[in-house]
Design a protein around this ligand. Structure first.
Ligand code: SME
Length: 152
């Protein structure tokens, strides 16, 4: 991993050690990622609401979004909730099943959080940059997702 991701991952682990509950850890993690990675313009978490087969917005940093509840299958977030696989969309205009949060967003990455092999939540990052994400973003966010999964 590049030095920025390595150092942020260490900071995240310290937050995890010192944070008693999942909600505050997600909140602090969103703050950390949004403030330290310049192309992460919106960082948030969606949690699965199994009885209603939808995602519910959890802690986030960035512009408020109207998408506080997303049916499984709808948009990039809903697709990840269905496939349980990371989606990296370098140009959102090329994605038909997409829910726009703001006209400034050009690209998006959504990483599932899996607890005991079951999808429970996801990390969602929007960027105003075109095609900013690399496999290192995917690995970095997957490592954070694995750590968060313990707390579900
Ligand atoms: N763009 C997402 C919706 C959530 S916002 O990015 C915060 C989607 O297509 O699912």
């Amino acid at each position: 991993m590049n030095p920025l991701f390595t150092s942020l991952y260490q900071k995240f682990l310290i937050l995890k050690e010192n944070s008693g509950d999942l909600e505050s850890l997600m909140d602090q993690t969103a703050t950390l990622l949004k403030s330290k990675i310049e192309y992460y313009d919106w960082v948030g978490f969606y949690l699965l609401d199994p009885p209603n087969n939808r995602l519910v917005l959890g802690p986030y940093k960035g512009a408020p979004t109207e998408h506080t509840h997303i049916p499984v299958g709808r948009g990039i977030c809903g697709q990840v909730a269905e496939t349980w696989e990371t989606m990296t969309i370098q140009d959102v205009t090329q994605q038909e099943n997409y829910l726009a949060c703001s006209m400034d967003v050009r690209s998006e990455i959504v990483v599932p959080i899996m607890h005991n092999g079951i999808f429970v939540a996801q990390i969602d990052i929007d960027s105003h940059a075109f095609a900013p994400f690399t496999s290192e973003d995917e690995q970095f966010l997957a490592a954070i997702a694995t750590q968060l999964a313990d707390l579900f």
